[in-house]
Design a protein around this ligand. Structure first.
Ligand SMILES: *Cc1c(COP(=O)(O)O)cnc(C)c1O
Length: 396
């Protein structure tokens, strides 16, 4: 029987009921400006302060180090461009990153490259992990920033953040991590893990869209990106998104509280799907199985196009993704799959399923009841598959 399955939690998540309820007062009667001095503003101010505490607690920071933004993209832009501007004053122009960052980081860096900055893109190994030694080797006299993502948004691999952070600290270089996929899914402590700047986004952990935060370690020199009023300790202008930040605070608290049970549930779903989908001929899993987000499945099936697979899954009620949401719609294969060494023709046939709150083993069983047939049907229509079979005959 057809079933609706949302399996794209890395693209965005459903807002939780408690989060929505916590936001409602600030969208209705408590609409005051958090920076106003009368009592209605005071209530909004208290709500914003509480959310700041909740977020700080979730990553082992202090509230004064949390700055609200419009989401993960703004946090990444701010950390990188704000540091770049500070670097100029010191005569530094070199930044280190990895080849498989989110576009919010990669495109920000290419804009800096056009302004004369030099970027080193360190390799990712075939399992989707950055080697801290490669980061260290890339360090130059004029390196002023290292930015490496915490968990990859396509293949879910978790990076050795603490080790990379330790290297940066040893060399006196600020370390930023895009932790948008990690926050709420893995335990984070910015002090133990030597993190100076960290980006997060509420809608990736069952909070509202359009709100995120940047953690800035006390003393980190970062120029302002959004100029204007004196909000966010004078470092990020704009009237506070009271309802949004309240929702984000409640969402992060919930995510941390339910982390263990959610991870256990997601791991079962993930492992069941991978184990069974690997029985499909000419299939493979992308990314390390050990250092991996519990809810991430990323596989390739030779001889098919990811886009056709998504349409067929959608027709069967399954919402999934091929590569990242930002690249679907273009025919280029994912830069993440290319970075782990997959050839173009294989990278094209990729599928990402990402699970979150609300997914069940019934979802997993339903997916596996339709996936093998869909792949067989697509292959039967595929000229690509014909030529693969032809080559096989010639080899044997
Ligand atoms: C979703 C995502 C972003 C962008 O966050 P927004 O809040 O949607 O701007 C950045 N980095 C990673 C790794 C993401 O998954």
């Amino acid at each position: 029987m057809k079933r609706f399955v949302y399996a794209d939690n890395s693209a965005t998540t459903k807002i939780s009921k408690t989060v929505l309820d916590s936001m409602m007062p600030y969208l209705t009667d408590e609409f005051g400006n958090a920076s106003s001095l009368y009592s209605m503003g005071g209530k909004a101010r208290l709500a914003v302060d509480t959310a700041r505490e909740q977020i700080a607690n979730a990553i082992g920071a202090s509230a004064r180090e949390i700055y609200f933004t419009s989401g993960g993209s703004e946090a990444d832009n701010w950390a990188i461009k704000g540091t770049a501007k500070a670097m100029l004053k010191e005569g530094k122009k070199h930044i280190i990153t990895s080849k498989f960052e989110h576009h919010a980081v990669l495109h920000t860096l290419s804009s800096l490259e056009r302004d004369g900055f030099e970027i080193t893109y360190v390799d990712v190994n075939e399992n989707g992990i950055v080697n801290p030694c490669d980061v260290e080797k890339a360090i130059r006299e004029d390196t002023g920033l290292v930015t490496i993502m915490y968990a990859n948004n396509e293949i879910g691999t978790i990076q050795p953040i603490k080790e990379i952070g330790a290297i940066c600290r040893k060399h006196g270089i600020p370390f930023h991590t895009d932790a948008v996929q990690a926050v709420g899914n893995v335990p984070i402590n910015v002090n133990e893990q030597n993190i100076d700047m960290l980006s997060m986004s509420a809608h990736k952990f069952h909070g509202p869209k359009g709100v995120g935060a940047l953690y800035l370690r006390r003393g980190t020199v970062v120029h302002t990106l959004i100029n204007g009023g004196a909000q966010e300790f004078g470092r990020r202008a704009g009237t506070e998104n009271t309802a949004g930040v309240v929702g984000m605070g409640v969402a992060i608290e919930e995510a941390v509280k339910t982390m263990e049970s959610r991870n256990e549930n997601n791991r079962k779903i993930r492992d069941y799907i991978i184990e069974n989908a690997l029985k499909i001929p000419r299939s493979r899993v992308n990314g390390d199985m050990e250092h991996r987000l519990s809810g991430n499945v990323n596989m390739c099936f030779e001889g098919i196009e990811g886009e056709s697979l998504l349409l067929m899954l959608d027709y069967n009620g399954i919402q999934a993704s091929s590569g990242s949401a930002c690249t679907s719609g273009s025919l280029d294969p994912s830069h993440v799959l290319l970075s782990i060494g997959l050839p173009h023709e294989i990278a094209h046939g990729s599928l990402r399923l990402s699970f979150g709150d609300g997914n069940t083993m019934e979802d997993a069983e339903y997916i596996m009841s339709v996936l093998p047939d869909i792949i067989a049907r697509l292959r039967a229509m595929s000229p690509l598959w014909d030529s693969i079979k032809e080559n096989e005959k010639n080899v044997h």
